[in-house]
Ligand binder design. Sequence first.
Ligand SMILES: Nc1nc2c(c(=O)[nH]1)N[C@H]1C(S)=C(S)[C@@H](COP(=O)(O)OP(=O)(O)OC[C@H]3O[C@@H](n4cnc5c(=O)[nH]c(N)nc54)[C@H](O)[C@@H]3O)O[C@H]1N2
Ligand SMILES: Nc1nc2c(c(=O)[nH]1)N[C@H]1C(S)=C(S)[C@@H](COP(=O)(O)OP(=O)(O)OC[C@H]3O[C@@H](n4cnc5c(=O)[nH]c(N)nc54)[C@H](O)[C@@H]3O)O[C@H]1N2
Ligand code: SF4
Ligand SMILES: [Mo]
Length: 885
Amino acid sequence: MSTETKTTCPYCGVGCGVIASVDEAGKVSIKGDPDHPANFGRLCSKGSALAETLDLDGRALHPEIMGERTSWNTALDMVAQTFRQTIAEHGPDSVAFYVSGQLLTEDYYVANKLMKGFIGSANIDTNSRLCMASSVAGHRRAFGADTVPGTYEDLELADLVVLVGSNMGWCHPVLYQRLAAAKAARPGLKVVVIDPRRTATSDIADLHLSVRPDGDVALFNGLLAHLVQHNAIDQSYIAAHTHGFAEAFAEADMSMADLIEATGLPAMQIRQFFHLFQMTEKSVTCYSQGVNQSSVGSDKVNAIINCHLATGRIGRPGIGPFSLTGQPNAMGGREVGGLANMLAAHMAIENPGHRERVQRFWQSPVISDKAGLKAVDMFEAVADGRIKALWIMSTNPVVSMPDADRVKAALEACPFVVVSDILKYTDTARLADVLLPATGWGEKSGTVTNSERRISRQRPFLAAPGEARPDWWQLAEVGRRMGNDTAFAYATPGEIFAEHAALSAFENDGERDFDIGAYAAIDEDDYDSLRPFQWPQQFGKPLGETRFFANGHFYHADRRARFVATSATLPARTSLDFPLILNTGRVRDHWHTMTRTGKSARLSAHIAEPFAEIHPLDAAQYRIADADLVELSAENGARVIVRALLTERQSRGSVFVPMHWTGETSSLGRVDALVPSITDPVSGQPALKHVPVAMKRYAAKAYGFAVSVEKPQHLDAAYWVTAKADGGWRIELGFEHDTVDWEAWARKAFAIPADVGVTGYADARSGDTRLAFFAGQRFLAALFVAASPVAVSRNWLVGQLREQQAETAKRYEVIAGRPSADRPDPGAIVCSCFSVGVNQITGAVRQGCSTVEAVGATLSAGTNCGSCRSEIRRIIDACHVLAAE
Ligand SMILES: Nc1nc2c(c(=O)[nH]1)N[C@H]1C(S)=C(S)[C@@H](COP(=O)(O)OP(=O)(O)OC[C@H]3O[C@@H](n4cnc5c(=O)[nH]c(N)nc54)[C@H](O)[C@@H]3O)O[C@H]1N2
Ligand SMILES: Nc1nc2c(c(=O)[nH]1)N[C@H]1C(S)=C(S)[C@@H](COP(=O)(O)OP(=O)(O)OC[C@H]3O[C@@H](n4cnc5c(=O)[nH]c(N)nc54)[C@H](O)[C@@H]3O)O[C@H]1N2
Ligand code: SF4
Ligand SMILES: [Mo]
């Protein structure tokens, strides 16, 4: 017997429904919810592996003050008192909250209410500033409200889907699968991908435009001008529902020569794209971080929306601009007004009428009357002492903020830092004066809103471990202890949701897009059984159209949309000293700073080390070979060291490094240390994808690879990266010395008991050393050191951690670092669901499997979540190319 709970995936903004089952032994299993309208039962690799991330290893289980365990009472009193005292001495703007799009709506609502209505400052900002702020700004400029007009179904109904700055195949995998399935069923559906890199997403593209970094405004300006010149605009929609067309067109009009220069694209590709868009009424343009995370992010958003407004292509089935939200509750955070320049329920902080209304609703003593500090400015204010008390909740800014080393220094200098996290040790939690243990996914209860405005429940199916408590509870307790008893007297998240719903409908009358008044009086039972629904859902009105703006009715006072004139001119960023453009982003199987996905051996097997994607010609110029270590440095003096990955999918002049590695998992892999705090002037969103850097080969004196049953401690190496493996850890190493006593080094790093002997050899001439430690039949650790990057069969070695090594012959294999010929090496893991490696796939292809389906039928690879299907296709293609050569 097991009990099943319907809940929602805590990762990306697709917001897939999940069914979690707990059996009598407490074992959790996860499957997709076939009834959830976001995923209809599908899950990607990260969603399918959720059960592997729920152990209590490293969890924060008790409140701590200065690293010492304490009671909730003492911790909460200290937070409330310090905030109160700081405010009394230095005013409300001397304190701040930095929160997260991974909070539930209920948590977020309480945080925003406490800061804006009771502390009286708007110094609450969120990691959504690094994520969605440019889309919010673009929507508000164009529509008068932060409205996403369309729905997921539109991607399936369209004849053209344009993906701009979105690696949807890896970052919104289930939505991508819906798109891929629609395209397979209806090949007339065309897909265009606009991204400087060729990504897994480009694999289904009919056209991939390798646009110059930040060339997007020029490209969409060019498209607008093309539509005008070819009489493809909707004059009546423009006349009836918009303003500012002439100005936008005047700015957009440019010559083909200028367009080629600004976009870096060949004329033929530009024309092909323009023609396709012009001819296809049913087009959807999706955009994500390649658009938002830019110093011209808001203009990129508006340049895209301009083209949709000009053609009247908005808010109809299969038609419209579509901002893909990143985090599970990026949307919910926007609904509660959790950004420093918003109020609540999509009301505007700069609007006195809105302020008065929210204050009356909250019955609050004050209401902040100006925007607070946006994330980058907030940490600037922490650094220079204007902010003296900061509460960080559900985000890891020491890793994810630009100028991350400065952020770290700012927190070190800040008189009072509170961190609420599920883990005890993160780069940020380590700097907390007060650490508050939060309940995590599976333990907490509330709602999230996905990219298509669909609100779903996250339901608990596990007991809160130790003394962990929900984030909303922590905030409400502090609110009460700061003297606001009734305003924060919530007993359940359901009560908070009802209040939030009531505020959304309060004196609304259709003036504001966000209205879920139908739920203003929801009771606990209905809240518990709440089914996923899309907003708006007004009180007493039948469920109507879930799309916006097909017939105008925008949210500017005159109900018209605005064209925004966007300039394609870009300031030059690179210089002789920092000639390359660093682009950053995500990999398929990791989530942000890896505090959860890093616990899963399966997810860690796909990519176990931070890397720099470099074009082979650039690599040749810098004398960098595949698998070398490379050092990237930036104008601020910071540097990172990562593995070189040579690929023609990268464009020349750019390097791509993932954002996931932290001080907990690597020596020098925190890429945000390199990123300057340059922001979009409208949205305040940092330009995380356009960083001038210098690059050189990092010539380690010795390179190493190790596997260990114990988690390695205090790795004494210039370069190290650890990754969870099945039964232990795998470790990549680079050393500045080659004259190390390797046995002693390994014993210390891997905590080898003194009575365990060593097996192996050291070749003084070549510098090769191979050591393995066996306690009886149990394999404890192995270390491989060489003068050049170590070539051993990594996944096979990792697999040995679980094996008994009784025979001497098997031990020799371990020391050799590869299996003897009769036992195959799976190679690097491609399919994480079934742990299928690249060698197995190439083997299957050699035996005649020529399609992804055939490989799936033979090896099961790609048949569960499907996230690896494009990689399998690429391997098949590569094998065929080799065979033809
Ligand atoms: N696996 C995984 N999935 C995730 C997440 C995760 O951590 N891991 N995080 C979630 C979150 S919070 C977010 S915000 C989303 C992000 O989802 P995406 O935005 O799809 O992901 P990114 O990798 O950040 O960046 C997307 C692409 O932008 C491209 N790009 C860079 N510069 C430019 C440019 O100037 N123009 C254009 N057109 N493209 C450019 C990059 O090459 C990159 O391929 O993913 C969500 N999903
Ligand atoms: N260079 C570069 N930097 C980037 C990006 C990029 O593309 N490039 N992307 C940016 C974007 S879009 C985003 S969204 C951010 C993401 O960056 P972060 O928000 O910093 O990353 P996460 O690892 O998701 O951090 C979430 C933290 O909350 C904790 N946590 C998990 N569940 C709970 C909970 O229920 N309650 C509490 N209190 N804590 C919890 C986790 O352990 C973790 O420490 O990174 C941004 N930074
Ligand atoms: S696509 Fe994957 S990560 Fe995103 S919500 Fe669905 S299962 Fe979770
Ligand atoms: Mo994000």
